[in-house]
Design a protein around this ligand. Structure first.
Ligand code: AMP
Length: 447
């Protein structure tokens, strides 16, 4: 095969039909659980003014500092209005909450989103430059019961997808913004005089975002951190109380969790509750998602002081876990019937037969080319059709058709009018794919 002229850009991939089955299945699970809990769907644009992410997520986080996909279109790059592809969904949804005056709606406003996100990351296993997130946000009220309910919805989704038992829910409370500021100061003080021992990248972090030192992979930094102040010492009683209540609620809901005082999450906007779903065997590396409370974010983006809590999960990692766990999803693209024909008359008849079968909800593929019957039958096999209907010159003359059960390898000649009823009976009415937009509402002139 010749080398293709173009390939997908580094870090991106086609979502091929086999993976679409998983994508659709996950989206269904999300939609179902989200609707049950009163969430409504939102789709923020795929790109925003870059300030939305820089202010929201934080200028000195990895996501913004290293991974933001800046979009340079025709706009003047110096006018301060450069765009960036969304690296996650929360910041855009909060921007939308403000812009669309959602504080006037009954609170909390519960929103969910599913779609592609972009990070200019170094591609590696489980890390792509374009990936898909599912996202749930609860904005406008603050109470541990809301955090618990959000986690419950996520847990239900993961359980529906049969991967909950492969994951552990890690949870922590990182305190209020003030608690974090006090801790950051303490951390800076601790490192005074120790700067020489810090690798250059971590020295930079100490100045820009000291909390990120906690995630450092550098051994020297980790050794120094052993005697450093720890965040939990700075978490206020109020936050501790909040956390204890949340844990009580989770227990009440039958949700198992692991308290993890080291969990901070890499985004600036979090306060108090943070949580992640880790791979039970490899830990944080294959985390499928995480979230937490972001009570300062909406104000940071120019809105009124408004609390919020949310979750984001990575679809590719969820699919990976489902495959590892051997979870099979239904193949809705299965071909039910293959229609084979020979001769111009048969071809004409088959056109309407194919169309009638499709109308009745039977997935039908028709080989309406000029190939021999033998090669059409080979095609039927390749499509893994359940049945083949075969119409040759003789059958046209006799108004009959051959119905072949591909699995059983048996065939019979039947009257052509019998073809559709017999196929429907063999497939079962409940398995027909009838497409009806049945919930539409008509407005009449009197309304
Ligand atoms: P984060 O908020 O950064 O923890 O991202 C939430 C989830 O999105 C992660 O747990 C992953 O499942 C997924 N995710 C984040 N970045 C990537 C990426 N570059 N490629 C694939 N999935 C990602």
């Amino acid at each position: 095969m010749p080398e293709p002229l173009f390939r997908t850009p580094k870090g991106t991939h086609d979502v091929l039909p086999d993976d679409q089955m998983y994508m659709t299945y996950i989206k269904k699970a999300v939609r179902h659980r989200a609707r049950q809990a009163g969430y409504k769907r939102i789709d923020p644009p795929m790109f925003e003014y870059r300030g939305v992410f820089e202010r929201g997520i934080g200028e000195h986080t990895d996501i913004v500092e290293k991974e933001l996909f800046i979009v340079t279109g025709k706009q003047n790059a110096d006018d301060g209005k450069q765009m960036a592809l969304r690296p996650e969904l929360t910041a855009g949804i909060c921007r939308s909450y403000i812009e669309n005056a959602m504080q006037q709606l009954p609170q909390p406003v519960e929103l969910y989103a599913i779609g592609p996100c972009f990070r200019y990351d170094r591609p590696q296993k489980g890390r792509y430059r374009q990936f898909h997130q599912l996202d749930l946000e609860v904005i406008g009220l603050k109470d541990p019961s809301l955090d618990a309910q959000l986690i419950h919805v996520v847990t239900n989704i993961l359980s529906d997808l049969c991967i909950l038992n492969r994951l552990t829910l890690q949870i922590n409370n990182i305190g209020t913004a003030e608690n974090r500021a006090a801790f950051t100061e303490a951390l800076k003080d601790y490192f005074i005089g120790k700067e020489r021992n810090l690798p250059p990248d971590d020295l930079k972090r100490l100045q820009t975002n000291p909390l990120r030192l906690l995630d450092s992979k550098e051994e020297d930094t980790q050794i120094l951190l052993r005697n450093a102040p720890v965040l939990s010492q700075y978490v206020s009683d109020e936050s501790r109380q909040y956390h204890d209540t949340l844990l009580e609620y989770l227990t009440e809901l039958g949700i198992t969790f692991v308290e993890n005082p080291g969990l901070v999450r890499g985004l600036d906007y979090y306060n108090q509750t943070v949580f992640e779903y880790w791979d039970a065997s490899s830990g944080a590396q294959n985390a499928i998602g995480g979230g937490g409370r972001y009570d300062g974010l909406i104000e940071l983006l120019g809105g009124k002081d408004t609390p919020g809590v949310g979750f984001a999960g990575g679809m590719e990692r969820i699919i990976w876990h489902m495959k590892e766990a051997g979870v099979k999803v239904p193949n809705k693209d299965q071909v039910d019937v293959f229609v084979a024909q020979l001769g111009p008359e048969a071809k004409k008849k088959c056109l309407s037969l194919v169309s009638a079968l499709r109308e009745r909800g039977v997935h039908t593929v028709g080989a309406l080319g000029e190939a021999s019957l033998k090669s059409q039958m080979r095609l039927a096999d390749k499509f893994e059709a359940k049945f083949t209907l075969l119409l040759g010159k003789l059958e046209v003359k006799e108004s009959t058709i051959i119905l072949r059960d591909m699995k059983a390898g048996k065939q019979k000649q039947i009257g052509i009018d019998e073809a559709i009823p017999q196929i429907i009976e063999a497939l079962g009415k409940e398995n027909l794919d009838t497409y009806v937009l049945k919930d539409h509402m008509k407005e009449t002139a009197e309304d």
